[in-house]
Design a protein around this ligand. Structure first.
Ligand SMILES: *[C@@H]1O[C@H](CO)[C@@H](O)[C@H](O)[C@H]1NC(C)=O
Ligand SMILES: *[C@@H]1O[C@H](CO)[C@@H](O)[C@H](O)[C@H]1NC(C)=O
Ligand SMILES: *[C@@H]1O[C@H](CO)[C@@H](O)[C@H](O)[C@H]1NC(C)=O
Ligand SMILES: [Zn+2]
Length: 660
């Protein structure tokens, strides 16, 4: 071969090489579903969910129990896929026989009824949504069912049929895109959920070019979320004519992960940074102190009485979990902070303690939940904050099941063969095979309730001792946290992952002091009170009243519940903002079998306050009147108030005025 020929040969080789399909490696990998076991309070919480409505929804609620997805005549669009997306993790993590049996039955039905062309489930969704919103061959429910199937395939890899079904379905979606996404308004704003599945399939033995092309195609016909968050225009409450689908809370929550998913393929910094920009903008213009952003159903600004939809809560958590996985040490710590804040506050607050009932939207200052004459919510009716099995609209009844199971699954992630990252903190354990040896990691803690002491015990189970590296998330809100290992204590930097080299036979303690923090809000100069990731609120005793569900004169057998407070709520707090430790005294107790339970709270805070007699109930709205501007004057007598975790309340005040 002469030089020129050799050159040409090498050049051609380099071209072939350059075209080899690849995706950027994720910063962290998740552990296979079922690897991480909840323990302590988190296990109790998961069983509260399992033994609440989650266990019965597929027998009791027609839109799931008799869904078109499993041969029934009811809703055959997104509801069954939403339900399954959470139910997979719940069944696998509880290892509950009845739940697992149902799971195998549901997945078995769906996979064995796949059409020859790859289409999964009903061709047309029927019911609930008007024509045009729910068209034939709508790809959105495909994206959603595939998110459940990748979890199932991961937990039960021996069932190869499921992975084959996923591949066939992706091919069908590719074909379906020939008509673009404009006819399918939900798919057009939720295409990134298909990318989650495409990348999972790519990473699991199918590193093929058509999958990358499919992502490119989806991006080109889907809504541009990168631009939406990069040049964020929606700085106030929006309405249906100013911004509907891009400002829709659930679409938005689902889309927060888009940039990092795309970065795996584009390698653009702009994409990688987009989820962080998204959080920053959503918090700044629509943030609620419980961690979620207002969405009733559209972005609703910073007001204390606006709503946040339950679907938005669980989808935001999931998007941040995916983002933490892809971003790894870069922004994973920030995402972990937000996930905990939402999981420990927004998520539990919107259920009754036993998780039989939930709300469609929750409010920060929620003093009553009653049918009202008029509402502040933009696209939610006047019973949107009632508690029930399927209040207002059934999407959340289908979708909420993913909240806790996905939280459990993302507590720990893996960076390399023997490097593990603690992304979220709660009691758990897992055993992982490292270099042919089973190593067990046990996290023992009462965080976030009693204290910030987190003990990680690593055991080699009798085998040889091998080196292990831990990456411990140090929350941004923390100060003076330290890590102790082998008798040595070091101070750690907040807002990062702290790296520590240990062995497979070690005990490491992380101590994150849970001091009180006062968050100053721009809205009416109000404040909120936080201790670690927990938001504290004035929890109100209440009575419940059953409300029949009647439409057009016909009542079904479902009830919702109205909540009427029994306590006074119109207080302004006496807070020394420069020295909050003097203003709020915390008392820790023990964690109940129902961790988020207003009848038995694990921790409470005592503050001084005076009532503000001009701050009263708005009868028409059935909501607290507009919060007065702080500071406020009050001549009432000083009282001591008990504050409890926001997540344990069903009626409350969590953004307070302050006293002069
Ligand atoms: C919707 O919002 C836009 C922009 O803020 C405003 O101009 C318009 O009047 C609003 N429409 C309604 C019906 O409130
Ligand atoms: C580590 O933090 C805990 C809790 O704040 C504190 O009690 C302990 O003294 C700290 N240890 C060191 C060596 O600073
Ligand atoms: C594991 O660590 C403990 C505590 O440091 C020690 O007593 C024990 O001997 C170690 N086990 C092995 C196999 O080295
Ligand atoms: Zn919903």
């Amino acid at each position: 071969m002469n030089t020129i020929a050799l050159f040409c040969f090498l050049f051609a080789l380099s071209l072939i090489h350059a075209q080899e399909p690849r995706l950027n490696k994720c910063g962290f990998e998740t552990l296979r579903l079922g690897t991480i076991n909840p323990e302590g309070w988190l296990k109790d919480q998961l069983f509260v969910q399992a033994d609440g409505y989650s266990r019965r929804v597929d027998e009791d609620w027609p839109d799931v129990a008799q869904s078109g997805w499993i041969g029934g005549m009811y809703e055959g669009w997104e509801r069954f896929p939403y339900y399954l997306d959470g139910f997979v993790g719940l069944a696998v993590q509880t290892k509950d026989k009845q739940l697992l049996e149902k799971l195998h039955k549901h997945v078995g039905y769906i996979v064995s009824h796949q059409d020859a062309d790859g289409w999964l489930g009903p061709v047309e969704g029927r019911g609930t949504m008007g024509k045009g919103l729910n068209p034939k061959y709508d790809p959105w429910p495909q994206f959603c069912i595939l998110k459940s199937l990748i979890q199932y395939a991961e937990a039960f890899p021996e069932n190869e049929k499921v992975t084959i079904a996923i591949g066939k379905s992706l091919r069908k979606i590719e074909e379906r895109l020939s008509v673009g996404l404009d006819p399918f308004i939900w798919a057009k704003h939720r295409w990134q959920d298909a990318v989650v599945v495409i990348q999972w399939y790519f990473d699991h033995g199918h590193a093929e070019q058509w999958l990358l092309d499919l992502t490119t195609k989806l991006q080109s016909v889907g809504f541009d979320w990168i631009e939406h968050y990069h040049n964020f225009k929606w700085t106030e409450k929006v309405n249906m004519s100013s911004c509907f689908l891009p400002c829709h809370g659930v679409n938005s929550a689902q889309s927060v992960k888009t940039g990092l998913l795309l970065w795996r393929q584009t390698n653009k910094e702009l994409d990688a940074d987009n989820p962080k920009e998204a959080i920053k903008n959503l918090e700044r213009y629509h943030g609620m102190p419980s961690g979620i952003f207002s969405s009733d159903e559209l972005y609703a600004g910073l007001g204390t009485r606006q709503g946040a939809e339950l679907c938005t809560v669980v989808e935001y958590m999931y998007s941040l979990e995916v983002s933490a996985m892809i971003s790894g040490t870069k922004y994973g710590s920030l995402f972990g902070d937000v996930i905990e804040r939402v999981a420990f506050n927004s998520l539990p607050a919107t259920f009754d303690p036993a998780m039989n009932y939930h709300q469609y939207v929750q409010q920060t200052n929620q003093v009553t939940c009653k049918m009202s004459e008029t509402t502040l919510f933009t696209n939610v009716g006047n019973r949107g904050n009632l508690y029930g099995k399927a209040p207002h609209f059934g999407c959340c009844t289908a979708n909420y099941h993913q909240g806790w199971p996905k939280f459990v699954q993302h507590l720990w992630m893996k960076q390399s063969e023997s490097t593990f990252a603690a992304v979220l903190y709660a009691p758990s354990s897992f055993t992982f095979n490292i270099k042919d040896q089973d190593v067990t990691f046990r996290t023992i803690t009462n965080y976030p309730f009693l204290d910030g002491l987190i003990t990680i015990q690593i055991s080699n189970n009798g085998g040889p001792i091998i080196p292990i590296t831990l990456l411990l998330r140090i929350p941004e809100w923390s100060s003076n946290a330290n890590v102790t290992y082998n008798g040595q204590s070091v101070m750690v930097k907040s807002g990062t992952f702290h790296q520590v080299s240990v062995t497979s036979n070690s005990t490491i303690t992380l101590n994150i002091p849970l001091q009180v923090r006062i968050q100053q809000h721009s809205y009416k100069n109000a404040i909120s009170i936080h201790r670690g990731p927990l938001l504290f609120s004035l929890g109100l005793a209440y009575k419940l009243k059953k409300i029949e569900n009647c439409k057009h004169g016909e009542c079904d057998d479902e009830f919702d519940f109205e909540v009427t407070p029994l306590d006074r709520w119109n207080y302004a707090l006496k807070i020394d903002k420069t020295n909050p430790d003097n203003s709020v005294k915390f008392i820790t107790k023990s964690i109940d079998k129902i961790p988020f339970n207003h009848l038995s709270v694990p921790v409470l805070g005592i503050v001084k306050a005076k009532s503000v007699t001009t701050w009263t109930l708005d009868e028409k709205l059935q909501a607290a009147g507009e919060i007065p501007d702080s500071p406020v004057k009050s001549d009432e007598k000083e009282e001591e108030l008990v504050l409890v975790p926001f997540g344990s309340t069903n009626a409350r005040i969590a953004m307070f005025p302050t006293l002069e």
